[in-house]
Design a protein around this ligand. Structure first.
Ligand SMILES: Cc1cc2nc3c(=O)[nH]c(=O)nc-3n(C[C@H](O)[C@H](O)[C@H](O)COP(=O)(O)O)c2cc1C
Length: 244
């Protein structure tokens, strides 16, 4: 298939195709597991009042990409709001086959994991974290990746490291391929747009700013986060902070 064709609706590719789901192969995990030694930090529940009262009209109308941030921290309550807005789980379906979240996803497959490069969030050690949407908590994965490394991975875009926290979304394509096989990749690309749009809107509503980052070195950023580049790899990045 030529490179652009994956963006087309190629549902004819499923004629005669047997997905792993239709073969009865067990569904993939809705969340990447953690091992028993990982420290887990509970996030504050998202309550009304965490963010100022702003109409959806105002939020949508004032959304902008923000590339300059102050040195002010993001609070844990604000981070919790951003994580819930982008990947928060509202309902687990069946035996855990799928989840309904604050963003849509083709077939409710939700193929993303959210990693955070925390520089300046109140009550959080700087470091690398992963969001655990099932329990709305954070897994602490290790010490801070030097901001210079993420800046280099983002082709020298300094604001990608000079921010309170950088969201790095990975994809586990098999979550979608398990059902949709060869037509999964258009769906995943569209899913990623929904995800980051909610981050934009959640930031705007909270008086924060972000910018979707598609220009990064795939291998460099994958290796920073120790992804194999096949079963899991980075699809989108978004630095967050208080806009200047
Ligand atoms: C998929 C995608 C990738 C993007 N990648 C970058 C990027 O690497 N660097 C950057 O500065 N802005 C990036 N942007 C932000 C766009 O440049 C921005 O949306 C555009 O200039 C319009 O500005 P607005 O978002 O304020 O409306 C990206 C936006 C999208 C949707």
């Amino acid at each position: 298939m030529s490179e652009v064709n994956f963006l087309k609706a190629n549902w004819n590719l499923l004629d005669g195709f047997k997905s792993d789901q239709s073969k009865g192969i067990d569904h993939p995990d809705v969340q990447k597991p953690i091992d028993g030694t990982t420290s887990v930090i509970d996030l504050p529940a998202v309550q009304p009042g965490v963010i100022p009262d702003m109409s959806i009209l105002e939020v949508i109308n004032s959304r902008r990409s923000v590339r300059k941030f102050t040195d002010d921290p993001v609070s844990l309550e604000e981070l919790s709001w951003l994580l819930w807005s982008t990947q928060g789980i509202q309902k687990v379906l069946g035996d855990g086959i799928a989840t309904l979240r604050t963003v849509p996803s083709g077939g409710a497959r939700h193929p993303f994991e959210t990693y955070l490069l925390v520089n300046n969030v109140t009550d959080l050690e700087p470091g690398l974290y992963r969001y655990l949407p099932v329990d709305h908590s954070l897994a602490y994965l290790g010490g801070q990746i030097p901001p210079q490394k993420i800046i280099s991975g983002c082709l020298g875009q300094t604001f990608c490291g000079e921010c309170a926290v950088t969201f790095v979304w990975s994809v586990i394509p098999y979550r979608t391929e398990w059902r949709y096989g060869p037509v999964s990749h258009k769906i995943i690309a569209i899913d990623a747009g929904h995800l980051c749009q909610n981050l934009y809107l959640a930031c705007t509503a909270a008086g924060l700013g972000t910018c979707g980052i598609g220009a990064y070195d795939q291998e460099e950023v994958d290796s920073l986060l120790e992804f194999d580049g096949e079963t899991e790899f980075v699809v989108y990045i978004a630095p967050v902070g208080r806009g200047k």
